[in-house]
Ligand binder design. Structure first.
Ligand code: ADP
Ligand code: MG
Length: 362
């Protein structure tokens, strides 16, 4: 899909990129990673010819990019950068429509596409289409930047530290959204970051660079488990076991959860407590299996009604969603100091539970 062959870029006497060869397959999420100044952005920019290489060849879909007109090439790839670069005097909808307008799409089609993308990026179109960039938060502006890059439905997305300027919480949100988006859209993405956590989270393959050269090109699992040399080892860090948790998802570790309905009889709760004598509590569900909270094992062994002994939980922060990573789950375990957490779907229905020992074994 994208093939870099012996690419070098010289600035004066120094090499920003030094004889770099890299193959990126269709549908891959390739993270270019490495310390600041190692040549990541330069490598990204030779792909859409924002930078002309000093030597080497770049093929996209098997075609030499030197034979394409730069503006045509750039329109065929989405490009997202840290500072977004939204046009301040254009509305969100107009910003998203920039490339489609260049491609002479008609107005109705541009509007449809903008609305579809705003929905995809969780920005209600009615509310956001007419806003100006200054009316957006950093995270919202970055989402619009991604929508704009996707507007003409390019196969390839080039992203240069797109979330670098965001606060950690917003950043994690956008990472989750991008991962979901990629599951759905299967673009070929080249994503520059110096943040190993971000790369491990998102990448299907990582290209680790140092001083313009490629050190290792591997899946995150391989890179974390078998760093190629001492530089790679120090770059992935000593806590790489913990980082691997970012590659694993709650949905794959769910176990059945012992639960009673809010209107179940005390006898039903007690029979569950009798079946498992070490069970400290039962989840309590309401209408349609929606999680409400839990009830503790009665101390005196007397039957209790779930309605009376319900301990309600904060459903926004306590339960886990199946698409969270185990790393995110671990921080919820630590925050609440519990050994098991319920897992709920988007409608709030109890799907099962995750236990801390299971997580730590992973
Ligand atoms: N336009 C330029 N002129 C001169 N030197 C540059 C230019 N762009 C990048 N460099 C140099 O090339 C090296 C790689 O830069 P860059 O690709 O931006 O690194 P990264 O994105 O990994 O931080 C750096 O030493 C940088 O100073
Ligand atoms: Mg850079």
């Amino acid at each position: 899909m994208i093939s870099l062959q012996h690419v070098s870029k010289r600035y004066g006497s120094s090499l920003a990129v030094d004889d770099l060869s890299l193959e990126i397959e269709r549908g891959e999420f390739c993270c270019l990673i490495g310390p600041s100044g190692c040549g990541k952005s330069t490598t990204l920019r030779v792909i859409n010819r924002l930078v002309e290489p000093s030597s080497g060849t770049i093929l996209v879909h098997g075609h030499d990019v030197r034979l394409a007109r730069p503006e045509v090439l750039r329109r065929s790839m989405g490009y997202v950068i840290q500072s977004v670069g939204l046009f301040p005097h254009m509305t969100v909808q107009e910003n998203i429509g920039v490339v489609p307008r260049l491609l002479n799409w008609d107005k109705a089609r541009i509007r449809r596409r903008a609305w579809e993308l705003l929905e995809l990026l969780a920005l209600p179109p009615d509310e956001y289409a007419g806003k100006y960039p200054w009316q957006l938060s950093g995270g919202e502006a970055q989402r619009v930047g991604v929508a704009r890059a996707l507007a003409a439905n390019p196969d390839i997305l080039l992203m240069d530290e797109p979330f670098g300027a965001l606060d950690p919480v917003t950043r994690e949100h956008l990472q989750t959204e991008l991962a979901r988006l990629q599951q759905e859209l299967r673009k070929t993405i080249v994503f520059v970051t110096h943040d190993i956590e971000e790369a491990v989270r998102l990448a299907s393959r990582m290209a680790l660079m140092r001083e313009g050269r490629l050190v290792q090109h591997d899946t995150p699992e391989e890179l974390l488990a078998h760093p190629a040399d001492s530089f790679a080892r120090s770059f992935v860090g000593a806590d790489r076991g913990l980082k691997r948790l970012s590659r694993l998802f709650v949905r794959d570790f769910i176990q059945p959860a012992p639960a009673v309905g809010l209107n179940d009889s005390p006898e039903r709760a007690n029979s569950l407590f009798r079946i498992d004598r070490r069970l400290p509590s039962l989840w309590v569900t309401g209408n349609g299996g929606k999680l409400l909270g839990w009830m503790n094992r009665p101390e005196n062994g007397n039957p209790e009604h779930p309605i009376e002994s319900l301990v309600p939980v904060d459903l926004r922060s306590f339960p886990l969603a199946p698409d969270l990573t185990l790393k995110q789950a671990l921080s919820t375990f630590i925050r609440f100091g519990v050994e098991t957490l319920p897992v709920i779907d988007q409608q709030g229905r109890l799907l099962g539970q995750l236990s801390l020992p299971i997580l730590l074994e992973a």
